[in-house]
Write a protein that binds this ligand. Structure first.
Ligand code: HEM
Length: 517
């Protein structure tokens, strides 16, 4: 919205354009000459030579995770590229990433002030905004404790170990029913279309205390718009790195802004309803608990009000947004792998039949008893690496990594895809093999290998929804595998080519399924 209000460049003469271009080039060269004095004992970052103004944009290709992986083979695990006018440090290799995000976690815990990030949750996102460390830490703590509380409290009956298990079990069964109904009516179904509603309902239950039907147009219009978001939020938009592009119309950017507006309005409407019906003695969900936190602060003279009410309650935006897209993308990929490898699907079903049986639903406590399923989940995470980069990081002070100097406020990309496909760590990294995560006896998980897979980031910015996400992917998949058999439409092998983004999706497609007896 703000971008559309900016004045578009008016008519300018050739002479004026030339002067502008020459000035930009001179300033650019001067900045490069004056930039980065390397402290003694440290080295300058290696990397490809940038072109003026556009930097290394042309070398990034449509799949930056692949081109940056190829560059890491040439320049090593820490190197610098220039995207437009902005230097970006790229980290690869498990050891180097661990060193940066865990051992030097504080120095790499910032977020860069990318232009497009200001449109996410009105610039007040917990995950994307450049909040000062104190504010971000306070919000993160609040978000973590709200998530923990509203996933571990008791369910409505003793059948469930906690409310999270109840939400997932119920949504899992609705999903099975929904898919068999669609199969009866159409003969095929689009996996993402249905999975995303079920997963959104789990996080809606926790955040807003409500669920939506699979045909709810309002919810569908929100959850199906994540594609534009994902495209821009991953490694940014050209306008984040080449400032004058902000003044030119961009279709991707407009779609990104529209999507963010609609998403924020959707959540704000629910938050407004919560403010009206809020009752201190009946805290129903995460939104209520955040409102309650603000109300309590008002009564406490000594309370720390560094974080505004808007930023406290706005945390639900992040939890809802991050909570449905990632998990549903994973599950949708998992179904694609099941269809592609029917022999693995049968093995997983047999494991469930033997260890859980067909008379009851799987539970979270069955996890340790289902090593094939856990190995399958880990291999889908590794092989698809559908979150190829973490959210971009930023250095909070001058620092060094592997002997290379990195100035304060440098944008940092962490290449999770490379870590998960590093040929020095993984045997035949392009093969899909669940055996790589099983011990020699074939009956238990090789934890050491599983921990090498990187999907949730590491250190200070590590995903706060990891525990919930892991419970969701396990239980949804266990229920689907117990009740259904998935298969491809005759003669139509599924297209496993990922479409690049913050979360990489497979192409939308039609699959088939039948109920298991
Ligand atoms: C399979 C599912 C998921 C994956 C693969 C995933 C992955 C990630 C990654 C890679 C990051 C960025 C880490 C970094 O910048 O270093 C992240 C951040 C985050 N995730 Fe997740 N996530 C998942 C599910 C969830 C869920 C279910 C929630 C909430 C209910 C959630 C909430 C967040 C939040 C709030 C952040 C920002 C943390 C911060 O900036 O301090 N995620 N996630």
């Amino acid at each position: 919205m703000a971008l559309m209000n900016l004045p578009v460049v008016g008519p300018i003469s050739v002479c004026e354009s030339l002067v502008a271009v020459v000035t930009v080039c001179v300033v650019y060269l001067l900045l490069r000459l004056l930039s980065t004095q390397i402290p003694e004992g440290l080295k300058r970052l290696p990397g490809p030579k940038p072109l003026p103004i556009i930097g290394n944009v042309l070398e990034l290709s449509a799949n930056p995770h692949l081109s940056l992986t190829a560059m890491s083979e040439r320049y090593g695990p820490v190197f610098q590229i220039q995207i437009g006018m902005r230097p970006v440090v790229v980290l690869s290799g498990g050891e180097t990433v661990r060193q940066a995000l865990i051992k030097q976690g504080e120095e790499f815990s910032g977020r860069p002030d990318l232009h497009s990030f200001q449109y996410i949750s009105d610039g007040k996102s917990l995950a994307f905004s450049t909040d000062q460390a104190g504010v971000w830490r306070g919000r993160r703590k609040l978000a973590l404790s709200a998530l923990r509380f509203f996933s571990t409290i008791e369910g409505s009956s003793s059948e469930y170990s906690c409310v999270l298990e109840e939400h997932i079990s119920k949504e899992g069964m609705y999903l099975v029913e929904q898919l068999s109904t669609v199969m009866k009516a159409n003969g095929t179904f689009d996996p993402f279309r249905h999975i995303v509603v079920s997963v959104a309902n789990v996080i809606c239950g926790m955040c807003f205390g409500r669920r939506y039907s699979h045909d709810d147009q309002e919810l569908l219009s929100i959850v199906n718009l994540s594609h534009e978001f994902s495209q821009v939020a991953s490694t940014g938009n050209p306008a984040d790195f080449i400032p004058f592009l902000r003044f030119l119309p961009s279709r991707t950017m407009k779609a990104f802004m529209d999507m963010n507006d609609r998403f924020t309005q959707f959540v704000q409407k629910i938050v407004r309803e919560h403010y009206i019906s809020y009752d201190k003695n009946n805290i129903r969900d995460i939104t209520d608990s955040l409102i309650d936190h603000c109300e309590d602060r008002k009564l406490d003279e000594n309370s720390n009000t560094q974080i505004s009410d808007e930023k406290v309650v706005g945390i639900v935006n992040d939890l809802f947004g991050a909570g449905f897209d990632t998990v549903s993308t994973f599950l949708s990929w998992a179904v694609m792998y099941l269809v592609t490898y029917p022999e693995i699907q049968e093995k997983l079903h047999q494991e469930l039949r033997e260890k859980v049986g067909m008379d009851r639903l799987p539970r979270l406590t069955d996890k340790s008893n289902l090593p094939f399923l856990e190995a399958f989940i880990t291999e889908v995470f590794r092989h698809s690496s559908f979150v190829p980069f973490t959210i971009p990081h930023c250095t909070t002070k001058n620092t060094s990594l592997n002997g290379f100097f990195i100035p304060k406020d440098t944008c940092v990309f962490v290449n999770q895809w490379q870590v998960n496909h590093d040929p020095t760590v993984w045997k035949e990294p392009t093969d899909f093999s669940i055996e790589r995560f099983l011990n020699a006896d074939g009956m238990s998980i090789n934890k050491l290998e599983a921990e090498k897979v990187m999907m949730f980031g590491l250190g200070k910015r590590r995903c706060i929804g990891e525990a919930i996400a892991r419970s969701e992917v396990f239980l949804f998949l266990a229920i689907l595998l117990q009740r259904l058999r998935f298969y491809q439409k005759p003669g139509q092998a599924p297209d496993m080519t990922p479409e690049y983004g913050l979360t990489m999706k497979h192409k939308r497609c039609q699959l088939s399924a039948s109920l298991r007896t």
